[in-house]
Design a protein around this ligand. Structure first.
Ligand code: ARG
Length: 299
């Protein structure tokens, strides 16, 4: 029952969010210092026109400010050592997907990334999570693609996983994700290549509320979101693209850390009772990433 993959609303017969067992909140945040961060090629539409254009000094300041924002939201931040030559390693949400299983064992499922340059990041994260007492799980099918917490997102406080696919991760992987965490997965299909990871267009705020960019999804996926979340807020195209507003990170259902310049999303979050901390991640948006994917929530 708990290992089900839900693909459309008719699969949801008998499903109720209330009946999903609870999941503990993450206790800390992992970040990777931007020592080797750069834009060297074009892996997503955000990167076009930005090869070689990163302002390294500004990128360091923005990273330091983001770290301070997580700390002020009450989460200690730990580091993984940056590896020379791995310019995207700063986006440390993509190499693995982590959580606790129903017996409270910490699990780290290793990703299998689409681009060969990023595949080389995974071993560093495997070693780090192993050193922190996580049980490492490898996908059985070494050919299937999976980009970790870029596409797999825990429902706040619940043993339920939202699984994006379409551009980076492949849908077949989610049977194994469900098995690894003994938790059901709701599949969401991404159809707009600018929103290539689920975390670019889907941001759970509380157990009841989510922020989305609707046209990133196909119709069946939108129906699933509307069926499960009682409150669905939407971001407009300008804020979703220019400010990557759906790539915000919400800490403990209380504080939202958001790229500056997304005035409507910021207002909606405040009306939901969230404290909003605005940061500037402009140097990272050049690579297609912002707040959510520059950190990994850990246990
Ligand atoms: N340049 C990176 C890539 O294309 C950015 C990843 C950002 N991560 C995210 N989850 N949005 O892979």
């Amino acid at each position: 029952m708990s290992r089900i993959v839900y693909r459309n609303v008719s699969d949801l017969k008998g499903f109720s969010l209330k009946n999903c067992p609870s999941m503990p909140d993450p206790t800390r945040v992992l970040m990777c210092p931007p020592d080797h961060y750069d834009v060297l090629d074009v892996k997503n539409p955000f990167m076009a026109g930005h090869v070689g254009s990163v302002n390294k000094g500004l990128a360091r300041k923005q990273w330091d400010d983001l770290k301070a924002a997580f700390e002020s939201a009450g989460k200690p931040v730990t580091h993984i050592d940056p590896v020379p030559g791995l310019e995207d390693m700063v986006f440390c949400a993509n190499q693995t997907f982590v959580g606790v299983d129903p017996k409270m064992e910490k699990i780290c499922l290793l990703g299998q990334m689409r681009h060969s340059s990023r595949r080389r990041e995974v071993p560093a994260f495997e070693a780090w999570f192993k050193s922190q007492g996580y049980r490492i799980v490898k996908l059985k099918d070494s050919a299937v693609l999976f980009e970790g917490a870029g596409d797999a997102i825990w429902h706040p406080g619940k043993r339920l996983i939202w699984g994006g696919h379409g551009f980076r991760s492949q849908p077949e992987v989610y049977e194994e994700v469900a098995r690894a965490f003994d938790s059901p997965v709701v599949l969401l299909k991404l159809v707009n290549e600018r929103f290539y990871h689920l975390d670019t267009c889907f941001c759970p705020l509380t157990p009841e509320a989510v922020l989305i960019y609707p046209s990133a999804f196909d119709a069946e996926s939108l129906e699933l979101i509307l069926k499960i979340f009682p409150i669905v807020l939407t971001a407009g195209e300008g804020e979703a693209v220019r400010s990557m507003a759906c790539n915000a990170a919400v800490v403990d259902g209380k504080t939202a850390i958001l790229q500056k310049g997304a005035a409507s999303v910021s207002r909606h979050m405040a009306v939901m009772g969230l404290k909003v901390i605005e940061v500037d991640t402009s140097e990272y948006i050049k690579s297609g990433g912002s707040v959510y994917c520059m950190k990994m929530f850990c246990y």
